[in-house]
Design a protein around this ligand. Structure first.
Ligand SMILES: CC(=O)c1sc(CCOP(=O)(O)OP(=O)(O)O)c(C)[n+]1Cc1cnc(C)nc1N
Ligand SMILES: [Mg+2]
Length: 614
């Protein structure tokens, strides 16, 4: 295998073009083999193989810095930068990350996972380079989806003004996770048609030159005028960035040739490459949405596997039904239609559905605008990605107490996507926001009850639920819920576990049938159920949450007890003050001490040692 001879990008420079082409195929097979075992971002990484090889052939990483936006398309990059022997540990606990990670390799220029960060990072790097009088290249690879992010567009604006030498490679496969959206995306499609026109022109030109040089001259001048017009229409022209393309992102020889030329240019250049998401693997080419991030699969007989009924689907089913009952309901997603369970909703209510692209800030403030004009918007958003819209939650929604519902998916530890994707800060960053109420349902029925009630509350409400399976709730059922009230699920004589969200299952498992320990479904964090808290304050209290310990649900309970002048013995279980890497959710929960074992240990330390069967 040629890959056996590649231990660093240096080795790529010694390969012939034929060997490079063979290497590309070997890399594709390795990506498929390992993703089949571990799951991962298959289609994105398959589509970027030639681009990665061409970049590492022409540039000199790690001296030259090559940044990958989101970092999920960088499996080929990992394989040729000294990690091929560890590649089988991809996304596994203790193994290599599924994204680029500075601490993992000197070749990983940025730690990524969230989109649209590469251009601002690259800007910072070229500023540092030039200030220090150093000389290296900075190359940022950004996808068409990531380019819909405001951070990326704002960085382009500054890059164009400063005119620092850098190369931006737009990896345009017309896909985000779903089909990509936005006016720029439409323009790129246009450009690709023009590419076809250019090729046809070349053919026409050759024929014309033979027939009549005069006529050819006339046509050529007309074409130059049109090109100037076209060029000036080019948004990158407006940003002061040299645009080159579109070019075939799978033509390895052509890419190497172009990159060699662009390497010599000064100022900012954007090379627009067109790739096929899932390239080289038929099922992934045919359905880049499912094969964007499949769980494991049989590489010889790749079939879609059902992940079971999830919280995301329970949410999607509930809002799809709710929209028939509430004509003012409007659902917004920042480029996560499938992940948020909204495919059915988007098909049944297209006129009240919007995918804004990878821009959570726009999603939240668009919801504010909808609410100001009498609609009932729901923003379907992952906890980790809501971090991108913190100011918009406060400034555009909460201050005016607008009726916006935040359906926060992937709340808590999410597993193989790791530190950049765990949703473990939202309680802390939301609970200090006045007017904003926060709840966590224990099951799909409670989710339906909360969603329906949240639309009537009249102010902003955040409902958080985990990345997990859940028992399906019957259609058409909308249970009542005592808003702001907790629910005692098990009485106790000595201690009560106050569980918020997903940890309720661990609490019930830990308490078992021991009469000394009670369990409360503390489903409302804001408002807290102070009445019940007062009543329970004569017992020992243990709070447990799938969230950072600091600033979470337990902190809220402590503050409330303090305000009420109550001083029961309280222990708080939550994630310690560090980042959790990628790994299996139960294992990470065990490490954090928030699972049933951790709860039992905490109770024992409080003098309530539970006897339980092993
Ligand atoms: C991995 C992950 O979380 C991905 S990959 C991806 C699509 C990126 O499209 P792009 O065109 O840039 O790349 P492509 O896959 O090669 O087509 C999204 C929306 N997400 C979720 C997401 C949402 N929002 C933010 C801020 N960051 C991320 N990463
Ligand atoms: Mg894309």
């Amino acid at each position: 295998m040629i890959l056996d001879k590649v231990n660093s990008p240096e080795d790529l420079k010694r390969l012939s073009l034929e060997e490079l082409l063979l290497l590309a195929e070997e890399i594709r097979s390795e990506i498929i083999r390992v993703t089949a075992q571990n799951g991962g971002h298959l289609a994105s990484s398959l589509g970027a193989v030639e681009l990665v090889l061409a970049l590492h052939r022409v540039f000199d990483s790690p001296r030259d810095r090559i940044l990958f936006d989101v970092g999920h398309q960088a499996y080929a990059h990992k394989l040729v930068t000294g990690r091929k022997d560890r590649f089988h540990t991809l996304r596994k606990e203790g193994g290599i990350s599924g994204f680029t990670k500075v601490s993992e390799s000197p070749h990983d220029a940025i730690t990524a996972g969230h989109a649209s960060t590469s251009l601002a990072n690259a800007l910072g790097m070229v500023l540092a380079r030039d200030l220090k009088g150093e000389d290296y290249h900075v190359v940022a690879v950004i996808g068409d989806g990531a380019l819909t992010g405001g951070m990326a567009l704002a960085a382009l604006n500054k890059i164009g003004e400063l005119q620092k030498r850098m190369l931006i490679v737009l990896n345009d496969n017309e896909m985000s996770i779903s089909e990509n959206v936005g006016a720029l995306n439409k323009y790129f499609k246009e450009l690709q048609i023009r590419k076809w026109v250019q090729d046809a022109e070349k053919l026409g030109k050759t024929i014309l030159e033979r027939i009549s040089p005069q006529l050819f001259g006339l046509v050529d001048r007309a074409k130059e005028a049109a090109k100037l017009l076209l060029h000036q229409e080019n948004p990158f022209y407006a940003w002061g960035i040299r645009y080159v393309g579109p070019v075939d992102g799978h033509d390895l020889k052509g890419l190497v040739h172009i990159l060699e030329h662009l390497k010599a240019l000064d100022g900012p250049t954007l090379l627009h490459v067109v790739t096929k998401k899932g390239k080289g693997y038929k099922v992934a080419e045919a359905d880049p949405i499912y094969w964007h991030g499949p769980p494991g699969f049989d590489p010889k007989k790749p079939e879609k596997v059902s992940k079971g009924y999830t919280w995301s689907q329970a949410f999607g089913d509930a809002v799809t039904e709710l929209a028939h009952l509430e004509p003012r309901l409007f659902v917004i997603t920042p480029a996560m239609r499938e992940g948020s369970g909204l495919v059915r909703y988007s098909l049944e209510h297209p006129e009240r559905y919007l995918d804004v692209g990878i821009c959570e800030d726009v999603a939240v403030t668009t919801a504010a605008g909808l609410a100001l004009r009498g609609m009932k918007p729901i923003v379907a958003i992952y906890s980790t990605f809501l971090q991108r819209a913190y100011d918009q939650v406060i400034h555009d929604v909460a201050i005016e107490n607008l009726p916006v519902v935040f359906a926060i998916d992937r709340a808590g530890i999410v597993g193989a996507d790791g530190a950049t994707h765990h949703g473990v800060f939202d309680i802390a960053y939301l609970r200090t926001v006045p007017n904003l109420q926060i709840a966590a349902p224990k099951d799909a029925l409670e989710l339906r009850a909360m969603l329906k009630k949240a639309l009537e509350v009249g102010g902003p409400v955040a409902i958080r639920y985990p990345r997990d399976n859940v028992e399906r709730a019957p259609e058409g059922v909308w249970p009542e819920i005592a808003w702001g009230k907790w629910e005692v699920l098990k009485e106790g004589t000595e201690a009560y576990i106050l569980a918020f969200g997903k940890t309720l299952r661990y609490a019930l498992e830990a308490a078992g049938d021991d009469p000394r320990v009670g369990v409360v479904n503390a489903r409302f964090l804001k408002p807290l159920d102070r009445e019940m808290l007062r009543a329970l304050s004569r017992y020992k209290l243990l709070t447990v949450e799938d969230h950072q310990r600091m600033g979470g649900f337990g902190s809220a309970v402590l503050e409330a007890l303090n305000e009420m002048g109550l001083k029961p013995e309280v222990q708080i279980l939550g994630l310690p003050d560090r980042f959790f890497e990628h790994g299996a959710i139960p294992s990470l929960h065990r490490q954090a001490g928030i699972d049933a074992e951790g709860i039992r240990k905490a109770l024992a330390a409080m003098g309530v040692a539970l006897v339980h069967e092993r």
